[in-house]
Design a protein around this ligand. Structure first.
Ligand code: NAD
Length: 276
C-alpha cells in the first residue's frame, strides 16, 4: 500500500524534468496521474520545451510503477483547453486529490534586447508561470471541493520566489515576479480553502538538473550575471539538485504526513536562500 493509494494527481509540465519526476514518484506512492504539457516551443525561452514523445515516455514510466496516466497536450495559458483536459481526466478516474502546479519557463537573457523583445519576455514568463498557475488552480479547485475529501495543491515556485534574483531585463525580472506572485496565490488559497481541508503550499527549488537550468541560454546568463558563478553555489556541497529531490518534498506535502501543513513556502534549496 502506497501513501497515496487510490488518489488522483493533476500535474502540469509533465513531459520531462520535475513534472515527470513528480508523476513517477506519486505513481510509486499509488496515485493515478492526469498530466499535461505544452509539447511546443516558446521562442522567448531560448531552449526547447518538452515533446509529445517525452510525454509518452512519462506515461510509460508511470505505468512501470504500476500507475495509470492520462496525458494530454495543453498550454496552461489556455484556460478552456486546460480545464477541458482536467475535466476529462477527473471524469476518467472519478476523482481529484492532488494538484502539482509545476509548468514553468525561464526567460533569462543577458544580451542586449530591443524594447519590444524585453516586453515580450516579461509578458511570456508572467503568462506561463503566474497566469498559468492561476489557471491550473482555478480549473482544479471545483473538483477538489466537490470531492469533499480535502486535497492538496503544491505550487512550484523557486528560490527566485523568495529572494531577489534574475537580472535587470524583462525576462529575468518577470521570472522573479512570477515566482513571488505564486506565493501570494498560494497563501491566499491556503486561507480560502482551509475550511474544505484543502492544503496549499509552495516549494522553492535551487538549481535543478533539468533542461531549464542546463542549456546554453541559462549558462550564458549565469556566466554574465553580476558576481557570476556564486549564484549557483549552494551552502550545502551540491551544485544542482535532481528532480527526484523536489519530488520527495512534494510526496511529503501531499501525503497524510503533511496533513496539518498549509500555507508554507518550503525551500528545497541546499541552503541557498539562507546564505549571507
Ligand atoms: N530547473 C531549475 O533549476 C528550477 C529551479 C527552481 C524552480 N524551477 C521550476 O520548476 C518547474 C519545473 O521546471 P523544470 O526544471 O522541470 O524545467 P523543464 O523545462 O525541464 O520542464 C518544464 C516543463 O513544463 C512544460 N511547459 C512549459 N510551458 C508550458 C505551458 N505553457 N503549458 C504547459 N506546459 C508547459 C515544458 O514543456 C516542460 O516539459 C518550473 O516551474 C520552474 O520554474 C526550476
Amino acid at each position: 500500500m502506497g501513501s497515496l493509494n487510490g488518489q488522483v494527481a493533476f500535474i502540469t509540465g509533465a513531459a520531462r524534468g520535475q513534472g515527470r519526476s513528480h508523476a513517477v514518484r506519486l505513481a510509486a506512492e499509488g496515485a493515478d496521474i492526469i498530466g499535461v504539457d505544452i509539447c511546443a516551443d516558446i521562442s522567448s525561452t531560448g531552449y526547447p520545451m518538452g515533446s509529445a514523445e517525452e510525454l509518452d515516455e512519462t506515461v510509460a514510466l508511470v505505468e512501470a510503477e504500476g500507475g495509470k496516466m492520462l496525458a494530454s497536450i495543453a498550454d496552461v495559458r489556455d484556460y478552456p483547453a486546460l480545464k477541458a483536459v482536467l475535466d476529462a481526466g477527473v471524469e476518467h478516474f472519478g476523482r481529484l486529490d492532488i494538484v502539482c502546479v509545476n509548468a514553468g519557463i525561464a526567460t533569462m537573457a543577458f544580451r542586449e534586447l530591443t524594447d519590444d523583445e524585453d516586453l515580450q519576455l516579461w509578458t511570456d514568463v508572467l503568462d506561463v508561470n503566474l497566469v498559468g498557475a492561476f489557471h491550473t488552480a482555478k480549473a482544479a479547485i471545483g473538483h477538489l471541493i466537490a470531492g469533499n475529501r480535502g486535497g492538496s495543491i503544491v505550487f512550484t515556485s523557486s528560490t527566485a520566489g523568495l529572494i531577489g534574483f534574475g537580472g535587470m531585463q524583462g525576462g529575468g525580472l518577470g521570472y522573479a515576479a512570477s515566482k513571488h506572485g505564486i506565493v501570494g496565490l498560494m497563501r491566499t488559497l491556503a486561507n480560502a480553502l482551509a475550511p474544505h481541508s484543502i492544503r496549499v503550499n509552495s516549494v522553492h527549488p535551487t538549481g535543478v538538473n533539468t533542461m531549464m537550468a542546463v542549456n546554453p541560454a541559462m549558462t550564458e546568463f549565469l556566466e554574465n550575471y553580476p558576481g557570476g558563478g556564486p549564484h549557483l553555489q549552494n551552502p550545502l556541497p551540491v551544485q544542482l539538485l535532481e528532480p527526484e529531490d523536489i519530488s520527495a518534498a512534494i510526496a511529503y506535502l501531499v501525503s497524510d504526513a503533511g496533513k496539518y501543513v498549509t500555507g508554507v513556502t518550503l525551500p528545497v534549496d541546499a541552503g541557498f536562500c539562507n546564505k549571507l
